[in-house]
Design a protein around this ligand. Structure first.
Ligand SMILES: [Zn+2]
Length: 226
């Protein structure tokens, strides 16, 4: 991992696959129009696939660069070189997936998607395309310090993913450990967790957070094979 603060967080993964997670310094990457298109191109200058994120478990297969944009889904996978798969996040976890075969994926994982099994579904979709080992990194997302959570919802996530998702926030209230939930889902899918940005979007002055600051602006995590 390189880059904190104003710089994107970047990883190089198996199969020559690259990952870049932006923050405020790269601008708001949500919305449409020439200005946002230019900001996206400055991050990764390839056709982006951006889904209509719905907190579900549907995975789309991208068969050419830029395909499947706008599809209602929370994960995308591809075998295609030059296809930039991206998710937009404020607090949800962006998960990048890679395999030595060059097959890659991206997942938008909030608590509802995690509970629905979106991470496991994406790993399964990659295996169907020929991925053997699947490795994963997790970009900036909200951490338990900033993620107080209702007891009932916390119970439902813990039933699905295990007790390690239970945490407390800065005030000692019940909180969801979203990164722990992603790690549990990756483990259950048989994927290898390599690391995470280690950035709480609620705490970081360099990242947008809907929960901590009511932001409607979004950072992006982009996965691609050059
Ligand atoms: Zn925090």
């Amino acid at each position: 991992m390189v880059g904190v603060g104003a710089h994107p967080v970047e990883w190089s993964l198996a199969g020559g696959i690259r990952v870049r997670s932006t923050g405020c310094a790269q601008g708001d990457l949500a919305g449409a129009g020439p200005a946002v298109e230019a900001r996206r191109a400055a991050v990764v200058n390839l056709p982006w696939t951006l889904l209509t994120q719905v907190h579900g478990a549907r995975v789309v297969i991208v068969d050419e660069p830029g395909a499947a944009s706008g599809e209602p889904a929370d994960a995308a996978v591809t075998t295609v070189r030059g296809a930039a798969l991206a998710v937009l996040t404020a607090d949800c976890a962006p998960v990048a997936l890679a395999s030595p075969q060059g097959i890659l994926g991206v997942v938008h994982a909030g608590w509802r998607g995690l509970r629905a099994g979106v991470v496991e579904a994406a790993v399964t979709a990659m295996r169907r395309l020929g991925a053997t080992r699947v490795e994963a990194v997790v970009g900036p997302c909200v951490h338990p310090c900033c993620y107080s959570f209702g007891q009932e919802d916390l119970d439902s996530v813990a039933r699905r993913l295990g007790p390690q998702v239970r945490a407390v926030d800065r005030q000692g209230r019940p909180a969801l450990d979203l990164p722990a939930g992603v790690r549990a889902a990756l483990h259950s899918a048989g994927a290898t967790f390599l690391g995470e940005a280690g950035i709480c979007t609620g705490c970081s002055e360099w990242h947008w957070s809907a929960r901590a600051a009511g932001d409607t602006r979004r950072q992006a995590t982009v996965v691609w094979r050059p």
